[in-house]
Design a protein around this ligand. Structure first.
Ligand code: DC
Length: 193
């Protein structure tokens, strides 16, 4: 049976960095599920059709990491039919041996509720805004407003809202260096193996 690590959390909490590091450390496949929603939003047109026809090439678009693509992704992610269209792909990805790390908003709660390890990665709003601003070369105050708007939409939607699974380990990266956060995550996974 493949080993599954589910990582959820709000935007810019550090979950992507931790997911990549865990996949490299344990030799597991990694899927950034936010990219599926970003690519769906970026295709334009009917979001349900866009999600149903999503292919690997769509995931390589250069503008997918922008703040605008994040907002568009968050909006179409609230549509239940969009989410339903992306479930199979995520399940197939998670079934790969020897294991997989998936990061997103609903991995531990909806996509992989039986994951052996669930991490819920958080950081203070200020720290997250500063991180994302540095990454994108943007204004931290503007990033803060955008992140809060996105988190509110992602947490308040009816379909698979952002929330920790009951059995998730919460990892607050606000005051941790990248190396410290990764070390803690590796330790959590090691204990569960
Ligand atoms: O992780 P990210 O910032 O790339 O995600 C972009 C948006 O996609 C996020 O604001 C909400 C949506 N999303 C989701 O609803 N469920 C996921 N598993 C991953 C992302």
């Amino acid at each position: 049976m493949p080993f599954i690590i589910a990582i959820d959390g709000p935007a810019a909490s550090g979950k992507g960095t931790i997911a990549r590091a865990l996949s490299a450390h344990f030799g597991f496949h990694h899927l950034d599920t936010g990219l599926l929603y970003r690519a769906t939003g970026a295709k334009g047109g009917d979001p349900v059709l866009a999600a149903q026809s999503l292919c690997a090439d769509d995931l390589t678009g250069s503008g997918l990491r922008s703040a605008e693509a994040g907002q568009a992704a968050s909006r179409i992610a609230a549509i239940p039919e969009v989410r339903a269209a992306l479930v199979d792909f995520q399940h197939r990805f998670a079934a790969q041996e020897p294991g997989a790390v998936l990061d997103g908003r609903d991995i531990g709660t909806v996509i992989c509720p039986h994951a052996q390890v669930k991490l819920y990665v958080v950081a203070s709003d200020r720290v997250r805004a500063e991180r994302r601003a540095a990454e994108l070369g943007a204004d931290p105050a503007e990033m803060l407003v955008q992140l809060q708007e996105r988190d509110r939409r992602d947490s308040e939607r009816a379909a698979a809202p952002l929330r920790p699974a009951d059995d998730a380990v919460v990892l607050d990266t606000s005051t941790l260096s990248v190396d410290q956060a990764i070390a803690l995550a590796i330790e959590t996974v090691r204990k569960a193996r």
